[in-house]
Every structure is written in C-alpha cells, then in structure tokens.
Design a protein around this ligand. Structure first.
Ligand SMILES: *Cc1c(COP(=O)(O)O)cnc(C)c1O
Length: 375
C-alpha cells in the first residue's frame, strides 16, 4: 500500500524522485560530479545568495544532525563562546553537541510554548560580551513554532556575533533570503522541504566564516572546512558520498522549480496547514501552540480528553490506512504531531482528517463540542 507520511521527515516523495535512483553511478563519474556541482550552486540560488556575494555550500553525508554537528564542532573555536537559544528538543540537541565537543557554551532557554525573543537575546548578549556565536532553530519541530530568525539575525549583526541557524524543517518551504536574514551558517537536509530522500545535510554559509574553521574541526568526518576543501579541490566528497540520494535530490530540485519554486511550495504547505487546522478544529482537537507563533510545517495537537483515547492504537489504525502521523516530543504535555510537508496535497490532508474521524468513532472517543473554525 502507498503510504503518506504526515511527519517532519523523511517525507512522502514523488515517484520520479525515487526513479532518479534506479541507475548506479560512480562517485568519480563526471555525471555525478556535475550533479553535485549543480546541487551546490542551485542551493545558493534557493537561499537568494551567490558565490559572488561570498557564500558557499558544503554537503555533508548523513542526516540533518550530522550537518549541524559539523558546523557546531568546526565553527566554534577554542577561544569562542557559543550561545544556544533553545525552546525545544532540537535546541537541546545542539547543547548536547556543545557538551560532547567540550565547547565553551551557554544556554538561554525559553518555554516550549513560546518563541525565542530578540529582547531576551539582547539582554543576554549585553550581560555576556564573551559570546561569539549564536545558534537558533528556525522551525522548532518539537512543537512547530517558528522562531523570529530575522529579528535574531539583526541582533547578531548589531552585536557582531556569528549566527548559526538550524533551518532543517523549513528551508525550501519558507522563502528565505540568507543575506537579508544575516545568517552566517544555515543548515538543512535532503529529506525535508526540498522533498528528496535521506542521505545528506547541506550547509549554506559565508566563505569568510568557513575559512576561519580551518584546523578547528573536532572530528575527521564532520570537519566542515576539510569537507568544503575536498569538494572545491576536485568536486568530490572526501569519503563515500550518498550517490543515489544526491541524484534524487537533483530531481527533487527540478520538481521544486517546476512547481513554481519556494513561493509555490510555501503556498501549498500553507494550504495544507489551513485544511488541517479547519478539519481538526471541526473534530474538536485543540492545538498546543497559540496560532500567532505556529508555523505551517508541523502542528502539535493535544490528546483528546477521553479515557478511550490510546495513542498507540490511534497511530496503528491510521497506519493501517496508509496514513503515518508522528508522536509528540513535548516535555510535560501529551500531544501528537501532523506535518504538512512533502508530496502531500490538500486532498490528502482531507483524507487524513476523515480517517481520524473514523478511527475516533471506532475507538469510542467522544470529542468536546465541535467548533467551526473561521479561516
Ligand atoms: C529533522 C530536523 C533535524 C535533523 O534531524 P535528523 O534526524 O538528523 O535528520 C534537525 N533540526 C530540526 C529542527 C529538524 O526538524
């Protein structure tokens, strides 16, 4: 059965993206080397930057976390101090990296139900002039909150801090002008909004920053500078590249263009989100976040207040219908998540909502009075 993934990644991909992986390719083959070159250059275009503007793309084998860890463990030097702005599990993951690599670091925490604020960041930086780097998550997949990276970027520029953004689950699904956002390092991966398959992360960053990473890496395979230098030297990866994932990604980038680029994809995801919000509100579900700070990538829904609701059974029955949702990851609140990204369309979202309705009925879960949501 064809499965639809309403998750934060890996996502539902098109048949043609998967078909791009049907032919073997050698890692030194010019067809492959060319694909890598195209991908690196096209990623800059998607971020509205260029080599002429001083930006570079580095591809890193592995999942998204490998890309973040490559940046964190390479960019923060011995004398540097990293400030991590955290309001969810992905911010905490960066804290873990800083601990493992024994970086000088500090953490400014915000509740999971709130955004990271520029005001608190300013206050913190004023009190801690030793900070050199600031890391922030854009779309915090823990909840679905969108942190105001434009405002945080402006603060980083004002205070002359290197700004590192985990835009994993948003890049390609949200228009981003990396230069205007004052981002020094942006990290995302092959299997999120560009709708490729898992295999690698990519880092779009300022060349001037990259050059400072030379000799600073704390791991051989995740050394960002060496990875870049390798790609620059002969267009090849230092170690075995995810060849087929890269070919799929190049196809996914073509399909993104054919859809109308990032603006069109953002529009589709937003339509998915509105369709989901409307349908779930009609069923009586409450969302975890206030609407003003909720992004259009993924939404956390509170468990229904009914003794008959059992998430494992709910998940399994949707799974049996080919519809895959995602468990929650919140500290104290019971919630599950539904993603709007990947090759899913408003009609798929309607199918999911209908299936949720049927499963609740089967399970005897009585929902509170149904609300009509005005969109
Ligand atoms: C998906 C995601 C990551 C990377 O997770 P992997 O499992 O390593 O791919 C990092 N940050 C955010 C916000 C994400 O959504």
């Amino acid at each position: 059965m064809k499965k639809l993934l309403f998750t934060p990644g890996p996502l539902t991909t098109s048949r043609t993206v998967k078909e791009a992986m049907l032919e073997d390719v050698g890692s030194r083959d010019y067809v492959f080397v060319n694909a890598v070159k195209e991908i690196r250059s096209e990623l800059l275009t998607l971020g509205h930057v260029s080599q002429a503007m001083g930006y570079e793309t580095v591809l890193v084998q592995g999942s998204g976390t490998f890309g973040i860890e490559s940046v964190i463990s390479s960019a923060v030097g011995k004398q540097d101090v990293l400030l991590i702005l955290a309001n969810g599990a992905y911010g905490e993951r960066i804290v873990k990296m800083a601990v493992i690599h024994q970086l000088q670091h500090q953490v400014l925490r915000f509740p999971e139900s709130e955004i990271v604020t520029p005001e608190a960041t300013i206050n913190y930086l004023e009190a801690h002039p030793e900070i050199t780097h600031v890391a922030c998550i854009h779309s915090e997949t823990t909840t679905g909150v969108f942190n105001p990276i434009g405002a945080i970027g402006a603060v980083c520029e004002q205070y002359n801090k290197v700004f590192i953004v985990d835009a994993m689950s948003s890049f390609g699904g949200v228009e981003m002008d990396i230069d205007a956002l004052k981002i020094d390092y942006l990290v995302s991966s092959s299997n999120k909004c560009i709708e490729g398959v898992p295999g690698f992360a990519f880092v779009i960053c300022k060349k001037a920053q990259l050059e400072k990473c030379k000799g600073q890496g704390r791991s051989l395979s995740l050394d960002l500078y060496d990875q870049w230098a390798g790609l620059e030297a002969n267009g090849q990866f230092r170690f075995t590249p995810p060849t087929l994932s890269l070919l799929a990604f190049r196809q996914a980038m073509k399909e993104l263009q054919a859809e109308g680029g990032v603006p069109a994809r953002e529009k589709r995801y937003k339509t998915n989100k509105i369709t989901l919000d409307t349908g779930m509100a009609e069923l009586g579900f409450q969302q975890y976040l206030q609407p003003g700070i909720q992004g259009h990538i993924i939404t956390s829904f509170l468990y229904p207040d009914s003794p008959n609701f059992n998430f494992e059974r709910f998940y399994q029955k949707l799974n049996d219908r080919g519809l895959i949702i995602y468990p929650g990851k919140l500290g104290k609140t019971d919630a599950f998540r539904i993603g709007n990204i990947g090759q899913i369309f408003p009609d798929d979202v309607k199918r999911l909502v209908q299936a949720i309705k049927e499963v609740l009925e089967e399970e005897g879960v009585v929902m509170p009075k149904q609300e009509k949501q005005t969109v």
